[in-house]
Design a protein around this ligand. Structure first.
Ligand SMILES: Nc1ncnc2c1ncn2[C@@H]1O[C@H](COP(=O)(O)OP(=O)(O)OP(=O)(O)O)[C@@H](O)[C@H]1O
Ligand SMILES: Nc1ccn([C@@H]2O[C@H](COP(=O)(O)O)[C@@H](O)[C@H]2O)c(=O)n1
Length: 418
């Protein structure tokens, strides 16, 4: 069977390759043409031998898992002097056109080892390997597609030249988010787990717990209040106090019944992990519907967490790389029960760190990692604010636990019929 990637070659020249240069979101974009031209400036500064490895198989579960393991595989097999950078290749504005992989800069003394590893990888149906060569004038770069044979033959008829490309308005991952990172109906999330049953048997157990009734239009008798926020913002503390103060039922998403399998799905790539969390919301929604016929319900995390973490993780860099405000990616799934009120707890990063440390969970002090975490936290919090349905009411969780409780009780009085 011909590789699926081959059929992409017709469109190859209009594809943009976007290399994630660092976690702060600096992207190097280039396209390919048949005519030699000057490469983008940054590309010209690259001194090493360069390669790209793209994962483009037909089976989305296998491809997602292959890509998930690819970085470790490359780091284990390649010389340590090989720098790996995530690369995306996409057709501008075309939904679901994104293919992911790695761009390699090989500064090792042993180029043959790198070529052997990549040659072996290129034999796989789901991988496409290309090498990049600098022209004799030093400015032109060309891309050669490997035929995938063990001899690493280059298919010279497929030589293209690297040219600068316009930067996309948003991170390329935005193109593939729907039904890969965020699921807007139960059926789409179920499909992913159904497709993964053979390789992840736990998927069957999860699917058996997911109901089939659509409770989204059912309006509960008592209020349903969701508490959202980053970790250590005080959700557990507040939800427990609300339960006592209101005589409420306390639920969480993912629900308790999924606990035995959570760790299994946390090890899976985003496609599978996010489908698991999406289904967790539907199970919690069924519980909400039942419990709210008898008493107020407090819920620790729900859809805002699922959507915001998924969107914020799929992109890198600053808040501006998120899908724009008002994008349909922030919509509420029409078949998912909406709560009466969503409260988002926010906390000054220093205070959050202090609480994490007091709880005995120190953070890495590597500056780069902190920077990366800071950007990630900002993206999650901004995504929380952009998610539609019941919008979040933001509450500063900095004051004492009792003050936060009183403020949220006031909000519940204002927004809900008790
Ligand atoms: N208002 C508050 N003032 C001071 N400390 C607080 C306050 N609320 C919670 N804490 C403390 O901060 C720590 C984190 O709180 P908590 O476990 O409730 O957060 P969380 O949002 O549920 O975290 P996670 O999502 O990681 O489970 C705990 O040690 C808790 O006692
Ligand atoms: N409704 C939810 C709840 C959680 N998640 C994911 O879990 C992580 C946070 O969980 P904690 O137990 O640490 O609070 C977070 O990374 C989310 O990805 C979710 O998706 N949906």
């Amino acid at each position: 069977m011909a590789k699926r990637s081959m059929s992409l070659l017709g469109q190859w020249s209009s594809r943009v390759f976007s290399i994630d240069l660092d976690k702060r979101g600096a992207l190097l974009n280039f396209a390919l043409t048949e005519k030699p031209q000057q490469a983008p400036e940054t590309f010209r500064n690259i001194q090493e031998r360069c390669y790209s490895v793209l994962v483009c198989g037909d089976d989305r579960i296998q491809s997602a898992r292959f890509y998930w393991g690819l970085e470790d595989l490359l780091r284990n097999e390649l010389p340590a002097e090989c720098e790996l950078l995530p690369v995306s290749s996409y057709l501008p504005h075309v939904k679901d056109s994104l293919i992911r992989g790695y761009f390699l800069k090989d500064a090792s003394e042993c180029p043959s080892l790198t070529r052997r590893v990549l040659g072996a990888l290129g034999l796989s149906e789901q991988v496409q390997v290309c090498s990049y060569l600098r022209g004799p004038d030093g400015g032109r770069w060309s891309q050669q597609l490997w035929s995938g044979s063990e001899n690493q033959n280059m298919d010279v008829s497929k030589t293209c030249y690297v040219v600068p490309s316009e930067e996309a308005n948003y991170h390329p991952s935005v193109l593939n988010m729907e039904n890969s990172d965020v699921f807007y109906c139960r059926a789409e999330a179920c499909k992913v787990l159904q497709e993964s049953c053979d390789i992840i048997p736990e998927s069957r157990a999860v699917l058996e717990l997911v109901g089939k009734t659509d409770a989204s239009r059912h309006s509960p008798d008592f209020p349903v209040v969701v508490i959202e926020g980053l970790d250590a913002t005080g959700k557990t503390t507040l939800t427990e106090s609300l339960r006592e103060a209101l005589g409420a039922r306390l639920l969480r998403s993912p629900p308790q019944c999924l606990s035995p399998w959570r760790a299994v799905f946390d090890r899976e790539p985003p496609l599978i992990r996010r489908a698991f969390y999406a289904l967790g919301n539907y199970i919690t929604a069924e519980q909400m519907g039942m419990e709210a016929s008898q008493a107020p319900v407090i819920v620790d995390r729900y859809w805002h967490s699922t959507a915001s973490y998924a969107i914020a993780t799929a992109v890198s860099g600053p808040v501006s790389s998120l899908p724009p405000e008002g994008s349909p990616l922030y919509r509420w799934p029409p078949d998912l029960l909406q709560p009466s009120l969503v409260v988002q707890l926010t906390l000054d990063p220093q205070e959050r760190k202090r609480r994490l440390e007091a709880r005995g969970q120190g953070q890495t002090d590597e500056e780069q990692e902190l920077d990366h975490n800071l950007l990630f936290r900002l993206r999650v919090e901004e995504a929380y604010r952009r998610v539609r349905g019941p919008a979040c009411v933001v509450v500063d969780a900095g004051p004492s636990a009792d003050k936060v409780l009183q403020q949220v009780l006031l909000l519940i009085k204002e927004h809900c019929r008790l």
